[in-house]
Write a protein that binds this ligand. Sequence first.
Ligand SMILES: Cc1cc2nc3c(=O)[nH]c(=O)nc-3n(C[C@H](O)[C@H](O)[C@H](O)COP(=O)(O)OP(=O)(O)OC[C@H]3O[C@@H](n4cnc5c(N)ncnc54)[C@H](O)[C@@H]3O)c2cc1C
Ligand code: FES
Length: 269
Amino acid sequence: MENIIMPKSYKILNIKKMTDIEYLFRVEYPDAKEIKFGQFMQLSLPKVGECPISVTDFSGDDGWAEFLIRKVGVVTDEIFELKPGDIIPMRGPYGKGFNQVDINGKRVIIVAGGSGIAPVRSLIHHIDRNPDKVKALELLFGFKDEKSILFKDEIMEWRKRNPMILTVDKGCGIDGECVGLVTEYVPQLRLMSDNFNDVEVIIVGPPNMMKYTAMSFEELGVPAERIWLSFERKMSCAVGKCGHCRIDEVYVCLDGPVFNYTKAKYMLD
Ligand SMILES: Cc1cc2nc3c(=O)[nH]c(=O)nc-3n(C[C@H](O)[C@H](O)[C@H](O)COP(=O)(O)OP(=O)(O)OC[C@H]3O[C@@H](n4cnc5c(N)ncnc54)[C@H](O)[C@@H]3O)c2cc1C
Ligand code: FES
C-alpha cells in the first residue's frame, strides 16, 4: 500500500534572495499541472523536520514549482543552507485553494499583507495573463517598509494593467505615496461600489490584518459569502489524521487553508 505521507525527492533549480529573511526557491516538479492556486506542500529535510509552504507559482508546461520561504526556525533555517542542484523532499500538493472562488466574470479584489502575497501570486499571474476571465482585478498590498516589498518587479508589471494600491506601514513605498495599514485603504478601492453581487474579495496576511480587513469590507457592505481568507496554522500530517491543525471541527489542512469568511470569522481569535 502506498504511504501517503512519504515525501519524494526534487531538485532545486534556482534560489533568489528576495529580502534578508525571505528567499524564493524554484524546484523541479514534473507534476506541476496538478497544482491548484493557493495549495501548499510539505517541504522536509531528513533528521530536521517538515513544514507547510504555499506554492507561490508553478508551471505545468515547464515542470517547476516556486516557494517563497521566510527563515523563522528549525526547518526553514536548514532549507536556507541548500544550494541549486541540491535535493529537497516534498509531499503534496495539499488543501483547498482558491479554486473554490468562482472568479469568472467577477470583479476580483485581492488584498495581501507582507508574505501573504505568496499564496495569491500564482492566481494574480493567472488573472493578469487571462484578463477575459474576470470583469476586473484590483490589488491592495501592504508591506512593513520599502525593503520588505516582495516581488517588486511583478508588482510594477501588474499595476500597468490593473488598479492597485501599494502601501507601507512606515517610510516610503515604491512611489512614496501610500503610508498606513491596508485597512485604511479599503474604502478607496475603485471596485468598491453599492452593488456587491459580482465581487469576490480575497485576503491573505497575518491573522490581525485578515481580521480587520475582512471586517472593513463587511462594514462597507460586502457580504461575508463574497470574502475569502487563507490561513496559516501549525500542521503535522497535512492529510487530516493528526488533528494538529484543528480549530473546533475544522481541519485547516483538509478543509482549508482557504476559507469563506462565513466560516473564517469564527476561526480568527
Ligand atoms: C498552509 C500554510 C502555508 C504556509 N506558507 C508559507 C509560505 O509560503 N512561506 C513561509 O515562509 N511560510 C509559510 N507557512 C509558515 C511555515 O509553515 C512556518 O513558518 C514553518 O512551519 C516554520 O518552520 P520552522 O521549523 O522553520 O520554524 P519553527 O522552529 O517551528 O518555528 C519558529 C517560529 O515560527 C513560529 N511558527 C511556526 N509555524 C508557524 C505557522 N504555521 N504560522 C505562524 N508561526 C509559525 C513558531 O511558533 C516559532 O515562533 C505556511 C504555513 C501554513 C500552515
Ligand atoms: S495537520 Fe494533521 S490533521 Fe491537519
